[in-house]
Design a protein around this ligand. Structure first.
Ligand code: FAD
Length: 288
């Protein structure tokens, strides 16, 4: 299956994101998560990749193979480049080719002071170009409705995104956001900039207060006033905040679908309860 062409046949596309567990034993347990996710009929499942030198990286490919073989669901394999040489990337692509895994989310990866960058790739557009030159891969890219944290400004960020699309990224998945209006504005700017590929909205269902703080620090997500109010009221009540977080994510998705977005990408955090709760709330909206 070619993910970027899915959007011609179906709207909204529904996808999940999972990460390879660090421990071998947890990789065995991932079946419980995948079984639940499979029942929700996603169009594809994406699998994250360590930013560099991580032992979980080979598990990304392993997990992607499992998703395809055992569950018949198309995986989208994340691949980061900042800390990898061309040869290392080529070796991973060979492995993907052997496993007939043709859909890759090409990423630069976050800068990490403990992992020195290698000099072969500096930005994701270079990785997109390299992968496209290797054969039959279909490449997706990341985008940032509220501007990437390192970007000079929104205009520069979109100009850089255009380089990624021009290099061959045929589908974009957005960073998480909590304010739909920012996503709608971003879509308009992309179309003005001549970026016409499908863009999936990245949704992170909030499960606890620490997680929100981490997210805001990491990716600079804007918290709208109504969201701050929820935190104020339920922040000290774990169960209530979980319910409120699920309800918020569902209402965000309902509105996005009504707006006519191309797709919804749910960051599941490997939590089948979260994915199940969200999908219960939108089942008849996505035809799953
Ligand atoms: P780029 O597109 O290269 O952009 C990075 C910055 O450089 C931006 O500020 C951009 O404006 C600028 N820029 C881009 N191109 C150029 C250029 N040619 N010249 C000058 N400036 C340029 N990280 C992981 O480690 N593993 C994962 O599995 C993972 N999955 C992700 C999934 C999604 C949906 C998203 C949104 C992010 C994910 N990330 C992951 C995080 C990602 O690696 C970071 O956000 C990283 O900082 C940027 O990656 P990118 O591919 O968007 O980079």
């Amino acid at each position: 299956m070619i993910i970027e062409t899915l959007f011609e046949k179906k709207k909204p596309v529904l996808s999940f994101e999972i990460f390879p567990p660090k421990k071998e034993a947890e990789l065995q347990n991932i079946d419980a998560t995948l079984e639940t996710l499979a029942k929700l009929h996603p169009d594809f499942i994406s699998v994250t990749f360590g930013a560099g030198g991580s032992s979980t990286n080979n598990k990304t490919v392993e997990l992607a193979k499992k998703i395809k073989k055992d569950y018949g669901i198309e995986p989208l394999v994340h691949l980061t480049c900042l800390s990898h040489s061309r040869e290392e990337i080529k070796a991973i692509l060979n492995e993907l080719q052997e496993a007939q895994l043709w859909n890759v989310l090409a990423l630069r990866g976050d800068r990490n002071p403990d992992i020195p960058p290698k000099d072969d790739f500096h930005y994701a557009n270079e990785l997109v170009e390299y992968i496209k030159a290797q054969g039959d891969f279909h490449v997706s890219g990341a985008c940032y409705p509220e501007v990437h944290t390192e970007a000079e400004d929104g205009v520069t960020d979109i100009r850089n995104l255009k380089k990624k699309v021009d290099a061959g990224a045929g589908h974009l998945v957005s960073q998480l956001f909590f304010d739909n209006d920012n996503f709608y504005d971003f879509l308009v700017k992309l179309r003005i900039a001549g970026i016409d590929v499908p863009v999936e909205a990245g949704i992170m269902p909030v499960t606890n207060r620490a997680q929100i703080k981490r997210m805001v620090n990491m990716c600079g997500a804007v918290l709208p006033e109504k969201f701050e109010k929820i935190l104020e009221k339920y922040g000290d009540n774990k169960e209530a905040l979980f319910d409120a977080g699920m309800a918020y994510a569902v209402s965000q998705i309902v509105e996005l679908i009504a707006h006519g977005v191309d797709g919804i990408h749910i960051f599941t955090m490997n939590n089948p309860v979260v994915a199940g709760r969200i999908c219960d709330g939108i089942r008849n909206l996505v035809g799953g």
